[in-house]
Structure formats: C-alpha cells, structure tokens
Design a protein around this ligand. Structure first.
Ligand SMILES: Nc1nc(=O)c2c([nH]1)NC[C@@H]1CN(c3ccc(C(=O)N[C@@H](CCC(=O)O)C(=O)O)cc3)C=[N+]21
Length: 280
C-alpha cells in the first residue's frame, strides 16, 4: 500500500480560515483576542517559531505582542512580566517559548501563568483537568495531531494507539487525548523492550521522540495511520521527522510529512486556543 499524505500545511490553512471568521465574530462584540509571546534569549530556532506565531496571529486578526528579553534576564524579571500580562485585559493568552535559559526554572515560570491564559496548556492544573476530562486547553501539538487524525476519517474508538515518547508537552497529553477518544493506548519510550514489536501493533502510531528517522517501515502495521511529531535538523538545512518517511509510506494508509505535517498544525491550534481564551 502507498500511504495518502496528511497535509498539515493545507489543513492548518483551513483551520486558520475558521479562526479568522471566529475572530471577526468576536470583534463585532467588541472583543479582540490577544496573545502575548515571551521569548528569553536568542536561540535561532526559537526566533523563527516566535516570528511565525506572530505572523499567524496578524493574519487572522488576533492582537499579538512579542516580548523579547535578553538571555541574562533574571527569573524575578520574567515572573514580573508574566504577572503584568496576567493582569493585562487585552491579553487572553500567554505563551512563554521553551526552552528557557538554564538559570530560569521552567516549572516556576509555567506555574505563574494564570490558568485561564495558559493557551499552551502546560500548567499542572490544566494538565490535571485534561487527565480527568474537565474543561481545559488542549496542548497545541497533540491537539493538532488529533485534528489530523480526524481528517483521515478513521474511527479512533477501540483502535490500538501507540505513542512513542513520554514528554510532558507531547507524549503524555497525546496519550490522554487518545484515551479520551476510547483508543487502547500504549506509551513507549527509551527503556521500552522490543519497541518495533510494540509499534507493529499500532493502528495509530504517534512518533514524538526527537530521534531522526528512527521509526522505520518494518515497525509499521499495514494500513496504520502514522503521525510524525519529530522536527529534527540534520546537516545545514534538511528537516526530517522521527519517522523514516519513504519506508513508512509503503506500509501506512495515512502519513504526515515533515515539514508540512504536525508543525503548522501546532501554530493553528495556538490560534484556536487564544480565541477560546478570549471567548471565555
Ligand atoms: N511554549 C512553547 N510552546 C510551543 O508550542 C513550542 C515551544 N514553546 N517551543 C518550541 C516548540 C516547537 N514548536 C513548533 C511550532 C511550529 C513548527 C512548524 O511550523 N514547523 C514547520 C517547519 C518550520 C521550520 O522550517 O523549522 C513544519 O513542520 O512544517 C515547528 C515547531 C512549538 N513549540
């Protein structure tokens, strides 16, 4: 079988159109959704992401402000900015770009963001609400993966899903969201014995490990849906996923490319969460 491509770029564009219409509706009621993005330091990849987020906001009519702070910013100063943004009525969503410099405690920073403005969905209270099925923000990357899965038209209920990777920002919330949709979920990681065998059981395989092309075609069940969350820079320019695309596409029914798969969906979901925050 040759897989169909799950075109994240195209689907994200459609989501942005939806968001644009929602923003227009909110503006008629006198509400302009606002997002604050905070970037500490000058990591080149982060600069690009932050610029893209800002551009995406402008395109759909969301007010956005970017706070660029020097790498030497103290934790105190960063926390002060977040508290100020927590109290700023124009700002409905706050995103602190990760990773932060070593001298700043990520956990303390995320904990300071007001729950109702946590559009990344990284705070402990939000994660707790996700796990128990209460109202919450769905973390942008796994949320984007779920939207892509739904675009295939497969019925998630009762399917065997394998998530490779157990990070707090992707693997764990992804597993919870699949579980909420009644998949039978296995989480694999670096200590998993016989990873290939686990992966071959998957009707839905989500790769979020950060290892270039480590999931190969021989690890994929015939007809599986393969979602590749990895964004790995190899060499100067080339971007590859955690999945070896050519061999995996021989087996899968649907597969996301890198670039142009999950990445653009992440940004589209951030816009959606910001509108949701403003609506509340
Ligand atoms: N607080 C926080 N929230 C985040 O959501 C967050 C973060 N920190 N830190 C970094 C990661 C990474 N991330 C991406 C978003 C879009 C693409 C994306 O659009 N990628 C394009 C390619 C862009 C390129 O060339 O690098 C694609 O896959 O087609 C990638 C990665 C959000 N992150």
């Amino acid at each position: 079988m040759a897989a169909q491509i799950l075109d994240g770029k195209q689907i994200a564009a459609a989501v942005r159109e939806e968001v644009k219409a929602e923003v227009a509706g909110l503006k008629e009621r006198g509400i302009t959704p606002g997002l604050a993005v905070v970037l500490v330091g000058d990591d080149p990849a982060s600069q690009v992401y932050v610029r893209n987020k800002h551009k995406a906001c402008e395109e759909v009519g969301i007010y956005s402000e970017v706070h660029r702070l020097p790498a030497e910013t103290t934790q105190e100063e960063l926390l002060d900015l977040i508290k100020q943004l927590n109290n700023d009525r124009r700002i409905h969503g706050i995103l602190v770009q990760l990773p932060l410099p070593e001298h700043i405690n990520e956990k303390t920073v995320i904990d300071t963001i007001a729950l109702e403005k946590d559009v990344d969905g990284f705070s402990p209270a939000n994660v707790g609400n996700l796990v128990i099925g209460d109202r919450c923000f769905y973390p942008c990357t796994p949320h984007g993966c779920m939207v892509l899965l739904d675009k295939t038209g497969i019925d998630i209920k009762g399917k065997k899903a394998v998530v490779v990777g157990r990070s707090n920002i992707v693997g764990k919330p992804m597993a919870m969201m699949l579980l909420a949709r009644h998949a039978t979920v296995t989480i694999c990681h670096s200590r998993t014995k016989n990873l290939a065998e686990e992966c071959r059981q998957a009707d839905i395989l989500v790769a979020a490990v950060g290892k270039p092309e480590m999931i190969t075609g021989d690890m994929i069940k015939e007809g599986a849906v393969v979602i590749d969350v990895g964004i790995n820079r190899v060499g100067e320019k080339k971007l590859v996923g955690d999945v070896h695309f050519e061999s995996a596409a021989q087996k899968a029914s649907w597969i996301t490319p890198v670039p142009g798969g999950v990445g653009p969906m992440t940004i589209a979901m951030l816009l959606k969460n910001t509108v949701e925050a403003a609506r509340r």
